[in-house]
Design a protein around this ligand. Structure first.
Ligand SMILES: O=C(O)c1cc(=O)[nH]c(=O)n1[C@@H]1O[C@H](COP(=O)(O)O)[C@@H](O)[C@H]1O
Length: 243
């Protein structure tokens, strides 16, 4: 992985909270530089772009996880609006297709170098297994569908993909070191899987080539979130230094 893409914390904490004040109260207890932050559908719908601007102004790297999936023009304009918020990373569903992803990438190409957000394609959601795919007419194993969508994302000009850590090794080998792999579905040993299906531990995910780990409930719902985050950072530290 090239160093410009991979400097800084590898853990992205998913701020899956019901409202802005609750999210900000949580964020204020985090040690500076210990993680990046993800604002997803629940929090964005309730707190809106102002909270994103606030987090960015506080100096946080924000992953705006709205998983855009629409006609190319609509997605391109949504990505342009997200870039205006100063976010560090944003995502679209790779299953929206090549033309949609190319339009999204084109919408970001005019952002100046330092501030150009990373554009990431969601492959197969980590909550989905083979049976879920079959029900929507995709009759292949999740890993095969992930591979197909990741390759399409790469040729469409995206910076990387969201995938399960279980697919990270295979994608790292196929797509090279400069393609960002963002992996949710990460669970410290012994933690509940919740609604995730394809999971792995933080250390194994990094070892297999994950660039960033998206972690929500194992940190946000922990009795002591700061200790939970520190334990994850300690678990991956030695492996990150070796990569
Ligand atoms: O795009 C994502 O971040 C995402 C993609 C995916 O395939 N699976 C997935 O869980 N996520 C997000 O990652 C976070 C995982 O949260 P926890 O399961 O609580 O760790 C949630 O905010 C999800 O929206």
């Amino acid at each position: 992985m090239s160093s410009n893409l991979m400097d800084g914390p590898r853990v992205i904490v998913a701020l899956d909270f019901p409202d802005g004040p609750t999210a900000l109260k949580f964020v204020q207890q985090l040690p500076p530089g210990s993680c990046r932050l993800k604002v997803g559908k629940e929090l964005f719908t309730s707190a809106g772009p102002e909270l994103v601007r606030q987090l960015v102004a506080m100096g946080h790297d924000v992953f705006l996880d709205l998983k855009f999936h629409d006609i190319p023009n609509t997605v391109a304009r949504a990505c342009g609006a997200a870039a205006q918020l100063g976010v560090w990373m944003m995502n679209v569903h790779a299953s929206g297709g090549r033309r949609m992803m190319e339009a999204a990438a084109a919408a970001l190409k005019d952002c100046d170098g330092e501030r150009k957000p990373l554009l990431i394609g969601v492959t197969v959601l980590t909550s989905m297994g083979a049976e879920d795919l079959a029900e929507i007419g995709v009759n292949v194993e999740p890993a095969a569908q992930v591979e197909r969508l990741a390759q399409l994302a790469k040729v469409s000009g995206l910076d990387g993909v969201v995938c399960s850590p279980r697919e990270a090794g295979q994608l790292r080998a196929q797509l090279g070191d400069d393609f960002v792999l963002v992996t949710p579905g990460v669970r410290p040993a012994g933690a509940s899987k919740d609604d995730q299906t394809r999971v792995m531990t933080p250390a194994d995910a990094i070892r297999d080539g994950a660039g960033y780990l998206v972690i929500g409930r194992p940190v946000t719902q922990a009795t002591d979130p700061v200790s939970a985050l520190e334990a994850i950072n300690a678990e991956i530290q030695g492996i990150v230094q070796g990569t």
